[in-house]
Design a protein around this ligand. Structure first.
Ligand code: AHM
Ligand code: MG
Length: 339
């Protein structure tokens, strides 16, 4: 059988032995995410048809309007994981607190926690632009058999055992890593099967795309302003192309295929940046590094940051290795020139 004909189910079975902790639980988690992704994909594709677009009337912990599809996706992913009794805890960008999951016999014997952004880029739903799901899997720190605690979730990204995203775009794709490279699977909606379409995905070392919300230019740190000017200068391979969808998953996915850098730095109106370390930065950083790219907060490796709160934010610079290094140089130079 040709490589691209392999289904995600087959791929999971084939690779189970290579997983760090090969008890089959991690495979079952990926399988659950695969199922939930199909359900959400179906709903997202109908967003304009059914009465599901628009605000649900609630606000999430960050005080942002929740869209109905956010609420729906949140329920689907959480319920799928709970029903299959394969995780001991779940934290979601849409929920204030983490969820403790116990077995039907009230036990706490599972060893993984999942952190999830069920529908990222949700401001794009109403305008028919790509959105995504981002997930991150950790081994619990607390002893098996006891209920999970906050410390099981507040782990640095380097402890992730798996991470991935689903992009609901022109087609739906599931892209994930378990620490042995990154593979992408495309959904054939006619039969509801994901096929391996992008084996061993790699960020090109260099690129010519920069992705940032340039409307925030006045609020950017000097290093980001300098880097953007550098991107725009006519010299060598520059000026670069500016591409920004406003859906993290879509911007990262494009840049991973074509070569580029995504920047959501601190801005004066958001001194810690906008993106959430646990639900957005860490999983995307794991994918990026596994694909030969780089992810930093401009001075530190994202995956080495020790989180202190579930919903904490971090500045995020992620993409082609050399491009992230370049913007880090600009950040450092600007910082040093202050003194
Ligand atoms: P969300 O979790 O509320 O959807 O916000 C995260 C999104 C990212 O997908 C995207 O890159 C960024 O916010 C866009 O923010 P902005 O509109 O400020 O450029
Ligand atoms: Mg989000």
């Amino acid at each position: 059988m040709k490589e691209h004909n392999k289904t995600l189910g087959e791929f999971i079975i084939e690779n189970q032995a290579a997983f760090k902790y090969s008890s089959g639980e991690l495979s079952r988690i990926i399988n659950s995410i695969r199922l939930a992704a199909k359900v959400v994909s179906y709903k997202v594709s109908k967003a304009g048809l059914v009465d599901i677009i628009g605000a649900a009337g609630a606000q999430n912990i960050q005080g942002e309007d929740q869209q109905k599809l956010d609420v729906y996706a949140n329920e689907v992913f959480i319920q799928t994981l709970i029903n299959r009794e394969i995780v001991c805890g779940i934290a979601s960008e849409e929920n204030d607190e983490f969820i403790t999951v116990e077995g039907s016999d009230k036990s706490h014997n599972n060893k993984y926690v999942v952190l999830i952004d069920p529908l990222d880029g949700s401001s794009n739903i109403d305008v028919n632009v790509s959105v995504g799901t981002i997930f991150s899997v950790f081994r619990r720190i607390t002893p098996i058999g006891t209920p999970v605690t906050l410390e099981d979730f507040l782990q640095p990204g380097i402890n992730q055992v798996a991470a991935g995203y689903v992009i609901y775009g022109t087609s739906t794709m599931l892209v994930y890593t378990t620490g042995c490279g990154v593979n992408g699977f495309t959904l054939n909606p006619a039969i509801g099967t994901f096929y391996l379409s992008h084996p061993n995905m790699q960020f090109p070392k260099d690129g010519n795309i920069y992705s940032t919300n340039e409307g925030n230019y006045a609020y950017f740190p000097q290093g980001v302003k300098d880097y953007i000017k550098y991107c725009q200068v006519e010299e060598d391979e520059r000026p670069y192309t500016s591409r920004y969808i406003g859906s993290l998953v879509a911007d990262i996915h494009r840049n991973m295929i074509k070569g580029g850098v995504y920047i959501y730095s601190t801005i004066t109106t958001a001194p810690k940046g906008k993106l959430r370390l646990l639900y957005e930065c860490n999983p995307i950083a794991f994918i990026a590094e596994q694909a030969g790219g780089k992810a930093s907060d401009s001075f530190n490796r994202i995956m080495e940051i020790i989180p202190t709160e579930l919903h904490e934010r971090a500045p995020f610079f992620c993409g082609s290795y050399n491009m992230v290094e370049k913007v880090e140089d600009f950040m450092l130079k600007a910082k040093l020139s202050k003194y």
